[in-house]
Design a protein around this ligand. Sequence first.
Ligand code: ADP
Ligand code: ADP
Length: 228
Amino acid sequence: MIKLSDVTMQYPKSSRPALSELSLELDKGEFAFLIGPSGSGKSTFFHLLLKQDRPTSGDIWVGDFHVNKLKARQVPKLRQSIGCVFQDFRLLPKKNVADNVAFALQVIGKPASTIRDAVPEVLEYVGLSGKADRMPHELSGGEMQRVAIARAVVNRPSVLLADEPTGNLDPETSEEIVEVLDRVNRGGTTVVMATHDRHIVDAMRRRVVEFDSGRLVRNDEYGVYGIG
Ligand code: ADP
Ligand code: ADP
């Protein structure tokens, strides 16, 4: 589902590559944790998958997309196949919960009838039934992240990228959010979650991919956070 072959990303004027000679394969349906200190290349990895940055060398595939060969007009299709969730939720503050999710479908041209059906279904799926009319500022952090997940998966992407999705949440809420991501993963979506949360990584025992200074230093199928 995700494959990188000898990928190097050297930003202009940067002294060392953000990612060096990275080769990595994640199968369809995997759940992988991406760990490593700040500056180790986790965000760069996500940007490359989304074609928000272009690698200096190497090849990248996401699903059927050969990302580094992709024509500009195909980039929206690539991005529609990848859901994204962030530490800071990134909800639209002036839209209620349902409209935040609906907006993701409107911008890709889904018909109103599809949106009417899909929004309540996905809100139930992430545990937000009854909150459709709330505004973001009325929600807890955990609820805001559930909205963000609903918005990211409502179009059934094949991949979900989560960049420190529990970074702003207390431990108990973090566990609940990971449960939602696990549910999405069990539905067949490949999930990659960048995190610094050792408790979650150790509790889940899924694939652990570790970067250090832009290099892949560990790739364990049933990993733990490690001694770092
Ligand atoms: P992480 O997400 O693990 O914190 P990043 O991928 O953000 O790491 O950063 C990896 C390295 O690439 C860092 O040294 C960072 O300073 C550098 N970097 C990231 N983005 C850019 C950019 N747009 N221009 C120059 N250097 C960058
Ligand atoms: P799972 O196996 O994860 O429970 P299923 O595909 O069997 O998922 O779906 C269970 C319920 O959750 C169904 O009502 C389905 O429509 C809903 N559902 C599953 N994934 C999504 C999604 N990405 N967006 C919206 N609803 C979903």
